[in-house]
Ligand binder design. Structure first.
Ligand SMILES: *[C@@H]1O[C@H](CO)[C@@H](O)[C@H](O)[C@H]1NC(C)=O
Ligand SMILES: *[C@@H]1O[C@H](CO)[C@@H](O)[C@H](O)[C@H]1NC(C)=O
Ligand SMILES: *[C@@H]1O[C@H](CO)[C@@H](O)[C@H](O)[C@H]1NC(C)=O
Ligand SMILES: *[C@@H]1O[C@H](CO)[C@@H](O)[C@H](O)[C@H]1NC(C)=O
Ligand SMILES: *[C@@H]1O[C@H](CO)[C@@H](O)[C@H](O)[C@H]1NC(C)=O
Ligand SMILES: *[C@@H]1O[C@H](CO)[C@@H](O)[C@H](O)[C@H]1NC(C)=O
Ligand SMILES: *[C@@H]1O[C@H](CO)[C@@H](O)[C@H](O)[C@H]1NC(C)=O
Ligand SMILES: *[C@@H]1O[C@H](CO)[C@@H](O)[C@H](O)[C@H]1NC(C)=O
Ligand SMILES: *[C@@H]1O[C@H](CO)[C@@H](O)[C@H](O)[C@H]1NC(C)=O
Length: 560
């Protein structure tokens, strides 16, 4: 698709070269300010028009008559000269050769010269060496084709003209000058315009002279290629950078033209490409229809902040560029402050949560028992802090009778809790079941101590157990605290030595409720010191001490 554009460039370049000739070095005139050579391809039998273009510097001299024009080989039949133009009315192969026109100065020396080489052809109606290319795209409009020529002197008048396509097809007048509103690939071809001229003067009355011109029309399939364009950055953009840090600015362009070139300039001088040993360079990558050129500044310094960086896109259809600058990033105090404050809050919240979770028990005990900040209600109608109930664990392990007695003693004597114990506080002769139930109802907690060994018949009575559990769990009147023994794992896995307490003689449905109680694990001699975790845990689950309550005082007095 891009071939035509390239061809245009190539052709115009060659034309330029042909016109300029090989400069004065090869010129036969020593003092020429201008020397040109050109080739003229003329079809046999047609007019040849040689027009000397007087160099600008000599025009006034020429008009003043200080320099004169001289043609060589101008005389002869069928040759016509008027000033700067020589016309050979009907070219024959004999006319091939060189013709020159010189400007002769006052000294009699040529000051400017142009040499024309006439080449005659006859095999076709045009020669490939002298066609004027035009291009258009399928479905798009095509400009009209040019038939007339500027070089023909006014002494000749054009009668009419006819277009031929590829020499053999004569096109009718509807073709006019070949404008197309929507081109088709079939419209491609070499179009030759044949013009007929007559000479104004009576000298050659009635004679008609021909001159042709050929235009090659190429209709490209597909649509007009995109005009190359820089998509980003935008002109005048600035990029915020940190001093000393690397920066990459990517310039993106839409390019379909293989002759387009995308590059970076710093203050109007070129930035090196792909040389990553330099402090500033650019590299580029191409994808279908797109190109990126990345400006890489390895370490931003003051110099870079003062520079203009320009991304430039050069293509045969034009030049576009965008300029950017770098700016030093300013510290953003506001967001940092906000983040800081939020961060401090989050950290504080996390720390407080962790501390609370870790020290919850100590904190509650301190507040409740040492500072007396509790909601203990001595008028709740209860007279015991806890009812202690033993039950046989079916795992075989349990708190020994001796340890249980220790626990009861410490709770009562060290911590001043009032406990209801079956073998002490349930009077013999009472109806066991009712007495147990009544005692549990009068207690603020039900402590269930798992026991490995057999128990006294009354303590272990299934009835008292079930009614106690019922009262504690189903009616939810009395919170349940489970005291279980540490399970010694022989397999060596010390990870989970708290086995779920399974109780004999408790229906499956109530086992679940038992498991929902607060569990405290007795770790034998480890739990004996009053500072151990066992006592803290147990006290935590117990109600607030009733030291100042009337019952407590009474009990203390009674003990004395
Ligand atoms: C042309 O020549 C005349 C003398 O012959 C001179 O006065 C005049 O300045 C010249 N003109 C130029 C443009 O040199
Ligand atoms: C024009 O004249 C030169 C000599 O002055 C000669 O060499 C050349 O061949 C001639 N050209 C033609 C076309 O006759
Ligand atoms: C060409 O025409 C111009 C006027 O149009 C006239 O002055 C001139 O003499 C003519 N040249 C020849 C060679 O007939
Ligand atoms: C153009 O004019 C010439 C000469 O008068 C004549 O022979 C030719 O037929 C004309 N062509 C058209 C298309 O009128
Ligand atoms: C014009 O003619 C040349 C050969 O003379 C040919 O190569 C070229 O394809 C023709 N152009 C078109 C558009 O047909
Ligand atoms: C890169 O730039 C350095 C410094 O100007 C130069 O010495 C070196 O030859 C360059 N390398 C290439 C591959 O152009
Ligand atoms: C250009 O250079 C930079 C920095 O060295 C690198 O990150 C990037 O990948 C390079 N891009 C291309 C297309 O080579
Ligand atoms: C660009 O010009 C500015 C000011 O003229 C100068 O400070 C800076 O160093 C120049 N940058 C480059 C890369 O030459
Ligand atoms: C950068 O370009 C802008 C606008 O094109 C111009 O005003 C400014 O002076 C330029 N700066 C430098 C350092 O060249």
């Amino acid at each position: 698709m891009m071939k035509p554009l390239f061809m245009v460039l190539l052709l115009s370049a060659t034309k330029e070269l042909m016109r300029k000739g090989s400069l004065c070095e090869a010129s036969p005139c020593q003092s020429c300010s201008s020397y040109k050579e050109s080739n003229l391809y003329v079809r046999e039998g047609e007019m040849a028009v040689l027009k000397f273009r007087i160099p600008q510097v000599w025009r006034t001299e020429h008009n003043n008559g200080n320099v004169t024009l001289t043609w060589s080989n101008h005389s002869g039949p069928g040759r016509w000269v008027s000033g700067d133009t020589l016309v050979i009315l009907r070219v024959s192969p004999n006319d091939e050769g060189s013709y020159s026109c010189s400007l002769i100065g006052a000294s009699g020396q040529a000051v400017a010269m142009e040499r024309f080489y006439i080449k005659v052809y006859s095999d076709k109606c045009y020669t490939d060496l002298a066609v004027y290319p035009t291009y258009c795209y399928e479905g798009e409009s095509c400009y009209q084709l040019q038939c007339s020529e500027d070089n023909i002197p006014q002494n000749f008048t054009r009668l009419n003209y006819t277009w031929y396509k590829d020499c053999d097809t004569e096109l009718d007048s509807s073709f006019e000058n070949g404008y197309l509103s929507s081109a088709d690939v079939k419209d491609s071809g070499n179009y030759t315009c044949m013009s007929y001229y007559v000479y104004n003067s009576h000298l050659s009355d009635g004679q008609v002279f021909r001159r042709s011109r050929t235009v090659e029309r190429t209709v490209e399939p597909g649509s007009v290629p995109l005009v190359p364009k820089i998509i980003s950055p935008k002109d005048g953009d600035y990029f915020e950078v940190d001093m000393g840090s690397p920066v990459v600015v990517v310039c993106r362009a839409v390019i379909e033209d293989p002759f387009a070139n995308l590059f970076w300039l710093a203050n109007k001088s070129f930035v090196e490409k792909d040389n990553d040993t330099l402090p500033v360079f650019y590299n580029s990558s191409k994808e279908l229809g797109h190109e990126e050129a990345s400006l890489v500044i390895k370490q931003v310094s003051e110099e870079h902040l003062n520079s203009n960086y320009t991304c430039k896109l050069q293509s045969p259809s034009g030049v576009v560029h965008v300029s950017i600058t770098l700016k030093q990033k300013r510290p953003a105090p506001f967001p940092i402050l906000v983040f800081g404050v939020v961060g401090v809050f989050v950290v504080t919240a996390v720390v407080v949560t962790v501390v609370y979770v870790q020290l919850k028990v100590d904190i509650v005990l301190f507040l409740r028992d040492d500072l007396g900040l509790h909601r203990h209600n001595s008028s709740d109608g209860k007279c015991y802090d806890a009812y202690v109930l033993c039950c046989k664990s079916n795992t075989g392990s349990g708190v020994s009778e001796e340890d249980r007695r220790k626990i009861e003693a410490v709770l009562e004597e060290e911590y001043g809790y009032s406990l209801c114990l079956f073998d002490r506080d349930i009077l013999p002769g009472e109806a066991v079941s009712e007495a147990v139930l009544a005692s549990i109802e009068k207690s603020r907690r039900l402590i269930l101590v798992s026991s490995g060994s057999a128990l006294n018949p009354g303590q272990d009575s299934q009835y008292s157990l079930l009614t106690g559990l019922h009262a504690a769990l189903v009616e939810r009147q009395t919170p349940l605290v489970l005291v279980q023994a540490e399970v010694r794992s022989d397999a060596g896995s010390s990870q989970d030595n708290q086995e779920n307490l399974k109780l004999d003689s408790v229906p499956e449905a109530q086992q679940k409720l038992v498991q929902s109680g607060h569990k405290v694990t007795w770790k034998g001699s480890n739990s004996e010191p009053l500072s151990s975790a066992f006592w803290k845990e147990l006290r935590y689950h117990m109600p607030a001490r009733a030291r100042e309550s009337s019952q407590g005082v009474e009990k203390a007095l009674l003990r004395l």
